[in-house]
Design a protein around this ligand. Structure first.
Ligand SMILES: Cc1ncc(COP(=O)(O)O)c(C=O)c1O
Length: 384
């Protein structure tokens, strides 16, 4: 068998090793200079705002929900088509996630559906830039402005994406979170960041990630409820090296995605928005000034395809793939708690049923992309 092709693989090199080793030798493993430098470098690369590094994207979401004051009795409108952490973060503070259906082309929340979901209890919006494609921020901001709602952007998958106003995601003036797990565009192993234009929010989040302790306080002084959501300096060191070459990482990922698009088109795949039911469908292309940041390469299988059989056939050839991702409202904890049964969000459910994530990583070679595309066409009976 050919060498296995994993779903994702981090891109780490000598610079990551060098900076990591420096931290190991320094003996200063937490709340040291690397953490501060990583936050400065990341914020500067993003192009605005205060960046607070934390232990995961989930931790960043949780602190973002707290910063916006969402809690008991509040409804927060979000997407059912996201990773479970998005909605979980709303539950952590006792608020209620209110799902609304998604756009059939971008897979991000449909602003009209979001507007229709607003009630007296709505406190905010939690849009997700799913699969790295920017959500329609101007339309969501218009809904939020009408009612004075807060916005928390989940950009865990969208580092480097650009919205329709030409702004890099994370710089539109909302609290935005990023995630640095090892499958992301850049990684710290585990890690995340919250970015905000508001200095007071940044200070509060810095304190809450560190057990409710302001930077000038001693180790057992605490002036608010906090958590241990710290990112270690070992992780921050890897992050510094990754930020140094983030432009290159993102460009290379663009190239891998372009290769996939070209090969799958040759095999009969159709562009999003122009497909028939029995087509293999590509991820949507950039519209106007919007730019996707490539996190995963997810195709829609022809309707009625036995997806598990496709996954098995690819696996037989050493190729990883995954049904990605399931709708949050149909996961057992959400079904049990809120009584969802299916059919509530038909577009999200249809997309979730047909989605397949193919191997996608920065160092993926042309021949690996070819192997995946050929195997996929074969698994589909060459009917893509
Ligand atoms: C959309 C989304 N939100 C939040 C998270 C949570 O990030 P983490 O795994 O770093 O906690 C992820 C992780 O993949 C994600 O995809």
């Amino acid at each position: 068998m050919n060498e296995p092709i994993p779903l994702a693989r981090p891109e780490l090199g000598p610079r990551e090793e060098e900076l990591l080793l420096e931290v190991v030798r320094s003996g200063s493993l937490s709340l040291g200079p690397e953490l501060e430098q990583f936050e400065r470098d990341f914020g500067a690369w993003l192009g605005g705002g205060y960046a607070v590094a934390v232990s995961s994207g989930t931790a960043a979401l949780h602190l973002g929900v707290r910063a916006l004051g969402w809690g008991q009795g509040d409804e927060v409108i979000t997407s059912p088509f996201s990773f479970v952490a998005t909605a979980n973060s709303i539950l952590y503070e006792g608020a209620t996630p209110v799902f609304c259906d998604i756009d059939p082309v971008t897979f991000n929340i449909d602003p009209a559906a979001a507007a229709a979901a607003v009630t007296e209890a709505t406190a905010g919006l939690l849009p997700v830039h799913i699969f790295g494609y920017p959500a329609d921020l101007p339309a969501l901001a218009a809904i939020a402005d009408q009612r004075g709602l807060g916005i928390l952007e989940d950009a865990a998958q969208a580092l480097g994406a650009v919205d329709r106003m030409g702004r890099r995601i994370g710089t539109a003036g909302n609290i935005t979170i990023f995630a640095f797990y090892a499958n992301k565009q850049m990684t710290t192993g585990e890690g995340g960041a919250l970015v905000t234009p508001d200095r007071e929010i940044a200070e509060r989040v810095r304190s809450e990630r560190n057990q409710g302790r302001a930077p000038d306080m001693g180790q057992v002084e605490h002036d608010r409820l906090g958590f241990n959501y710290r990112l270690s300096d070992l992780q921050a060191a890897i992050g510094i090296a990754q930020v140094e070459r983030i432009g290159e990482l993102l460009n290379t990922r663009d190239n891998v995605a372009a290769l996939y698009r070209e090969r799958l088109t040759q095999l009969g795949a159709e562009p999003a928005g122009e497909e028939d039911e029995d087509d293999l469908v590509l991820p949507c292309e950039n519209s106007g000034d919007e730019r996707r940041s490539w996190f995963v390469f997810v195709v829609q299988l022809p309707a009625g395809t036995d997806r598990d059989a496709v996954i098995s056939k690819l696996a037989e050839k050493g190729i990883a793939s995954k049904a990605y991702l399931p709708c949050i409202h149909l996961l057992p904890p959400y079904q049990e708690r809120f009584g969802f049964r299916g059919g509530e969000f038909p577009i999200a459910e249809r997309v979730a049923d047909r989605s397949l994530a193919l191997p996608f990583f920065t160092s993926m070679s042309e021949s690996q992309v070819d192997r995946v595309c050929t195997a996929l066409a074969e698994a589909l009976g060459n009917r893509a």
